[in-house]
Design a protein around this ligand. Structure first.
Ligand code: HEM
Length: 493
C-alpha cells in the first residue's frame, strides 16, 4: 500500500512538474495570458459551452489593451493571439511564406483534401486551379441560380401565409436561411435542384446537417487534432455516410454530364473544366469586379497558371468545401441580418425603398449589376459582417521560426515564434474595438457610406480574412446574401 502511495505521489509530482514546464512558455517570455487550468489550458469554458467562442476572443483581446500579442493555451499547446493589426498584415501578407497554412483538424475524411486544409505547394496549386471559378465573370452566371432558389423560398412562404388562418406565420429564421443556403449550394456546387422549404427532409439537407452539426466528442477531437497529436491521430470530421453521399452524388453528376454533354455554368462544370486543365482566368485576370465593400482580392498566387492533375477525390473534396464553407456562414449572416432589420425599422425602411427604386428601374429583375449598384444593401451587408462575422477568428501555423518583435512598448526582448506554433487573428474582437469602429456594438450601416467608408482602417475589417489565403468565395457569398435579401423583401410588396 505504501509503495502504491509513493508511486501515486511520484506520478502527481511528475505531472505537476511537466504542466509547470508546459505552461511556463509565455511567462518566461513576458507574454501576457490568462492563468491556464491544468490540462484544459484556456479553452475549458468554450469546450464546456460556458462561454461562446466570440466572448472568449473578445475577452482575451480586451483584457490586455497594451499588448501587440498575447498567449492562449489550448489544452497543452500554446497559441499566440495577435492584437496589433499592423502585425496581422505582416503575417498574412508580407511574410505570408512563414504562415502559409491553417492548422490540421482532419487527417482522413474528404475534408483533409479540401483547399482549406491543403498545405504548402499543394495548397498553392489548388488555389490557382480553383481561383478562376470565383471571378466575377463566373459568379455573374450563377446569380440566376441563386435567384431561382430564392424564388422558390418566396413561393413556399407565400403559400404558407395563404394557408394560415390569421394571414401570418411564425418563422424560425435560422432554419429558413439554412434551407436557402442549402438549396443555393446544392444548385451551384452540385448541380442539384432541391427545395428544402417544401421537401423539408430531403437527403441533401439531411446530409448537410449531419456534416455541419458537431457533437461534444467531435469538439474534443477537433481540439486534439489541432495539437501535436495530429501526427498520430487518424480521425476525420465527416462520417463515412457523409463522405460517401457527397462523393457518389458528385461523381455520378459528373459522369452524367460527360455522357449527355450537359453544360450548366455552375461549380461542378468549372471543376470538370479544372480537371481537364481548361479553367483559366481568361481576360478577367486584371479587372475582376467586386461584389461589395467586403470583397477580397485574389493574390498573385491564385492568378498563376498551373497544369497539375487532380484526382476525382480531390475535386469532390472541393465541391464539398464550397458546401461546408457556404452553408453555416451565409445562413448565420442572413439570420443576423434579419434580426438587425427587425430591431432597426429605420434601416429596414431605407432598404425597402432602395429595393423598390431598383425594381422600378430594372423591371423587377435582379442580377450581378444589381449587386453592384444597390449601395445601401451593400452598407447593410458590410455592417452585418462587421458586427456578426461568421468566421470569429482565423488561424495560421508558423512554418519557420519567426520574430514577432516585442509584445509591448516596454518589453525588453523580442519573442521568437517557433516553427509549428499557431497564431490566431481575433476577427470578432477587432471588429468590435472602439478604436476602429466607434460605438462598436451599435448596428450602423452608415459607417460604410460613401462619405464615411474611407475612415475605416482597412486592416481592421476582415470578414473574409486577409492575404493570399483569404476567402476564395467572397464574391459568391456576397451575391448569395444580397440576392436572398432582395427576394425576401418581395414579401412586403
Ligand atoms: C458570409 C459568408 C462567408 C464568410 C464570412 C467567409 C469567410 C471566410 C474566412 C474568414 C476564411 C479564412 C480566411 C483566412 O484565413 O484569412 C474563408 C476561407 C474559405 N472560404 Fe469562405 N466565407 C464565406 C462564404 C464562403 C463561400 C460561399 C464559399 C464557397 C462557395 C467559401 C469558400 C471558402 C474557401 C474555399 C476557403 C479556404 C481558402 C483557402 O484556404 O485558400 N466561403 N472564408
Amino acid at each position: 500500500m505504501i509503495i502504491l502511495l509513493i508511486w501515486v505521489v511520484v506520478l502527481i509530482a511528475v505531472v505537476a512538474l511537466y504542466l509547470r514546464q508546459v505552461y511556463s512558455t509565455f511567462s518566461k517570455n513576458g507574454i501576457k495570458h490568462f492563468r491556464p487550468i491544468p490540462l484544459l489550458g484556456n479553452v475549458g469554458k468554450v469546450l464546456f459551452r460556458i462561454d461562446p467562442m466570440a466572448y472568449d476572443f473578445c475577452n482575451i483581446y480586451n483584457s490586455f489593451p497594451e499588448e501587440r500579442f498575447v498567449g492562449r493555451y489550448e489544452f497543452l499547446t500554446e497559441t499566440v493571439v495577435i492584437r496589433d493589426v499592423e502585425l496581422i498584415k505582416k503575417i498574412t501578407v508580407k511574410d505570408f511564406e512563414y504562415f502559409l497554412d491553417h492548422r490540421t483538424f482532419d487527417t482522413v475524411s474528404l475534408f483533409s483534401r479540401t483547399l482549406f486544409l491543403l498545405k504548402g505547394q499543394e495548397w498553392k496549386d489548388m488555389r490557382s486551379t480553383l481561383s478562376p471559378a470565383f471571378t466575377s465573370s463566373k459568379i455573374r452566371l450563377m446569380v440566376p441560380f441563386m435567384v431561382e432558389v430564392g424564388d422558390q423560398m418566396i413561393v413556399s412562404l407565400k403559400q404558407k401565409i395563404e394557408n394560415s388562418a390569421d394571414d401570418y406565420i411564425d418563422i424560425e429564421c435560422k432554419d429558413l436561411t439554412t434551407r436557402y443556403a442549402n438549396d443555393v449550394i446544392a444548385s451551384c456546387a452540385f448541380g442539384l435542384k432541391v427545395n428544402s422549404h417544401t421537401d423539408e427532409n430531403n437527403q441533401f439537407y439531411q446530409m448537410g446537417k449531419k456534416a455541419t452539426n458537431f457533437s461534444f466528442f467531435q469538439m474534443i477531437m477537433f481540439f486534439l487534432l489541432t495539437t501535436k497529436l495530429s501526427k498520430f491521430l487518424k480521425w476525420g470530421l465527416l462520417s463515412d455516410e457523409v463522405n460517401d453521399f457527397f462523393s457518389t452524388l458528385f461523381l455520378n453528376t459528373m459522369k452524367d454530364r460527360e455522357i449527355r454533354n450537359i453544360v450548366r455554368p455552375d461549380m461542378i462544370h468549372l471543376l470538370m473544366q479544372a480537371k481537364k486543365g481548361k479553367l483559366t482566368h481568361g481576360d478577367s485576370n486584371s479587372n475582376d469586379e467586386a461584389a461589395g465593400f467586403a470583397t477580397v482580392e485574389e493574390s498573385s498566387i491564385g492568378r498563376k497558371k498551373i497544369t497539375r492533375e487532380w484526382t476525382d477525390r480531390d475535386l469532390v473534396a472541393q465541391a464539398f468545401l464550397f458546401f461546408f464553407a457556404g452553408f453555416e456562414s451565409v445562413s448565420s449572416s442572413m439570420s443576423f441580418l434579419l434580426y438587425e432589420l427587425a430591431v432597426n425599422p429605420d434601416v429596414q425602411e431605407r432598404l425597402v425603398q432602395e429595393i423598390r427604386e431598383h425594381d422600378a428601374k430594372n423591371g423587377g429583375k435582379f442580377d450581378f449589376n444589381s449587386i453592384q449598384t444597390m449601395t445601401y444593401l451593400d452598407m447593410v451587408v458590410s455592417e452585418v459582417l462587421r458586427l456578426w462575422p461568421p468566421a470569429l477568428a482565423s488561424d495560421r501555423i508558423c512554418s519557420k521560426d519567426y520574430n514577432l518583435g516585442k509584445p509591448n512598448a516596454t518589453a525588453e526582448k523580442d519573442f521568437i515564434l517557433r516553427k509549428g506554433v499557431t497564431i490566431m487573428i481575433p476577427t470578432v474582437a477587432i471588429h468590435r474595438d472602439p478604436e476602429f469602429f466607434p460605438e462598436p456594438d451599435k448596428f450602423n450601416p452608415d459607417r460604410f457610406s460613401e462619405e464615411n467608408k474611407h475612415k475605416i482602417n482597412v486592416l481592421s475589417y476582415m470578414p473574409f480574412g486577409l492575404g493570399p489565403r483569404n476567402c476564395i468565395g467572397s464574391r459568391f457569398a456576397l451575391c448569395e446574401l444580397k440576392g436572398g435579401f432582395w427576394l425576401r423583401f418581395r414579401l412586403r410588396k
